[in-house]
Design a binder for this molecule. Sequence first.
Ligand SMILES: Cc1cc2nc3c(=O)[nH]c(=O)nc-3n(C[C@H](O)[C@H](O)[C@H](O)COP(=O)(O)O)c2cc1C
Length: 211
Amino acid sequence: MTRLLHIIASPRGRRSRSTAIARRIIQALDGMEIEELALFDVRLPAFDGAAIEGRNALIEGQDVAPEVKAEWERIGEMVDHLLGFDIWLFSVPMWNFGIPYPLKHYVDLVTQPRLAFGVDAAGNVEGMAAGRTAIIIASGALDIRPDNALEALDHQITYLAAWLNFIGVTDIRTVRIKPTFGDPAMVDPVMEAAYAEADAVARDLSRPERV
Ligand SMILES: Cc1cc2nc3c(=O)[nH]c(=O)nc-3n(C[C@H](O)[C@H](O)[C@H](O)COP(=O)(O)O)c2cc1C
């Protein structure tokens, strides 16, 4: 059975626009196993100097303190958990032109050499997530999108797509919900267009040859 992980990077719960659009996709999918990971509601392990030194020591085959070993086992389990899904659905508001900090924290935890990617002697990168599909539901107060005046400010979708490519994901769908700030006459059609795009993504994911 196809497995979908919904990674929620908005803390706004039922008020979140990006989560609402993502849930529209989930509701339209049949016969998939769905799991949610609400990043503002979980305690992610610290990724600090001790963790990095511990990783280097483990790679070099040195002894490390039991708590460092346990921390790396937990990080390894997080990578396995992520790679255990076929489809990753991200609900992501733009925060200060980039992504909310718990999602960056999560990316830093799971993007581990040997676990999420490898680099061969010639410097070629091999992503371990090849074959996954990613759907980015990206909201933002401002109309920051390709081919308009604010394009250069996008470190949200461009960053996520670059990261996904790096770990091997090439099938990336994007639904933009922008701008979300303004009077209803402007924002309502933005939401309607996003719902329509979400429906199209769900239809495509439900094609018999895909399932
Ligand atoms: C801390 C913070 C920073 C934000 N920075 C930006 C930004 O740089 N660009 C933008 O367009 N909107 C920005 N916004 C607005 C949100 O992206 C916008 O309200 C979005 O629709 C929220 O999506 P959500 O309802 O899924 O949480 C910011 C909001 C917050 C709380």
